[in-house]
Ligand binder design. Structure first.
Ligand code: TXA
Ligand code: MG
Length: 365
């Protein structure tokens, strides 16, 4: 299949139909949105930017579209999709109940990087929710995402737009790499802002539970609702027989091709360990990637060293993490040694993704 790729400046989605900034496919942003809406309504797939990561969108009410999403990603179909809406008015059609805690969360954090699990209505096909009687709903703040949902006129089911097992895409280039030839259209809105997937909060029980940490941190949710718990799958590996409440959390996501080992401890000791192992690896003829921070980058004279951002500004680390993991894939490194980061606030999401990428291989020094 020929994939239409269109550059979409964010301002164009905001200014609407008058804008005439042209994309390389010879379409204005307004024409591109119209075309994308048409594709979605007729059962096709369109990848688009959100504030968290790029999504791979299909009509959430169309079971054939859901099947196509699973096929394009190479993803098991028991892993449910997030349904994206642009206006609160769309919610009543999709869910049977909106508990007070969900109302407060929506008021505080929508549109934005938060997904709520709610009881679904039967209009949402089983294919979209992997057979569950609940549905994940999110209202993204990215203007291109919002404009696309409105152009389609239907809610959009969208997982991250990566092939299953690869790090989530944070730039259009990542989506093109993984999805070109597999879907009808890609909207290129440049790099995303946050870089890690949305916080998922289950609102179907008595009290809220974070199933996947994200930019909306545990502290932010607790500040609003008083208390919130974390599902075990978001902090450590699953034990025998345990099942995470977000089915997707059981997969070894975000996996770079090379084995990643995380080092935890005092920064001097961590650097010493990583330097030693790097020297050993290089002597054995291996290609070694080192994932460090701005503050500690210069501790590593050997290996392919990348800083993913500043420890003082966790949002820079979140923003670069997946892009650097993909870069190590492209560079064909055999091994990645990574420093650890604080797990306060946004750090909880950063460490969740890093620990998963490492398959929970953590060395305490
Ligand atoms: O930021 C994001 O959330 C991005 C953008 C595109 O919006 N989307 C995303 O989707 O990360 P995906 O499919 O990669 O991750 C969805 C996660 C999976 O872990 C899945 O198991 C969980 O949400 N999920 C979906 N529906 C659920 C449900 N009804 N109950 C529990 N977990 C659910
Ligand atoms: Mg994903």
């Amino acid at each position: 299949m020929d994939t239409i790729i269109v550059t979409m400046p964010r301002e164009a989605a905001q200014t609407g139909p008058q804008s005439d900034a042209g994309g390389p496919a010879g379409m204005t942003p307004a024409e591109a949105l119209e075309k994308a809406g048409e594709i979605l309504r007729s059962g096709g797939l369109v990848a688009f930017p959100t504030e968290t990561v790029y999504g791979l969108g299909g009509n959430a009410l169309d079971k054939e579209a859901a099947r196509k999403i699973y096929a394009a990603k190479g993803r098991p179909s028991d892993n449910p999709l997030i349904v994206h809406i642009a206006d609160l008015g769309e919610l009543d059609e999709l869910v049977s109940e909106i508990p007070p805690m969900a109302e407060r969360l929506m008021e505080a954090f929508w549109p934005g990087p938060m997904t709520l699990i709610l009881r679904k209505k039967s209009i949402i096909p089983d294919e979209t929710t992997g057979g569950l009687d609940t549905v994940a709903v999110r209202m993204p703040s990215d203007p291109i995402a919002a404009a696309l949902i409105r152009a389609a006129g239907v809610p959009i089911a969208a997982p991250s737009a990566n092939r299953s097992g690869r790090p989530s895409p944070t730039r259009a280039g990542h989506v093109i790499e993984d999805m070109r030839g597999r879907i009808e259209m890609i909207l290129d809105g440049g790099p995303v802002g946050i870089g890690l997937e949305s916080t998922i909060i289950d609102c179907t029980e008595e009290s809220p539970v974070i199933l996947r940490p994200g930019y909306i941190s545990r502290e932010m949710v607790a500040g609003l609702l008083g208390s919130v718990s974390l599902d075990a799958a978001s902090t450590g590996p699953m034990k025998e027989g345990e099942r995470p409440r977000a089915p997707g959390m059981k997969y070894r996501h975000y996996a770079p091709k090379a084995a990643l080992t995380l080092f935890e401890g005092e920064s001097g000791a961590v650097a010493e360990q990583i330097r030693m192992r790097t020297a050993d690896g290089l002597r054995a003829g291996k290609r070694i990637g080192i994932l460090a921070a701005d503050e500690t980058f210069s501790n590593y004279p050997e290996g392919i060293v990348r800083s993913i951002g500043s420890r003082e500004r966790a949002e820079t680390v979140a923003h670069n993490l997946f892009a650097v993991l993909r870069e190590f894939d492209d560079l064909d490194v055999d091994v990645i040694y990574s420093e650890s980061f604080s797990s306060e606030g946004l750090g909880q999401a950063i460490m969740n993704r890093l620990m998963k990428a490492a398959g929970y291989q953590i060395v305490h020094v």
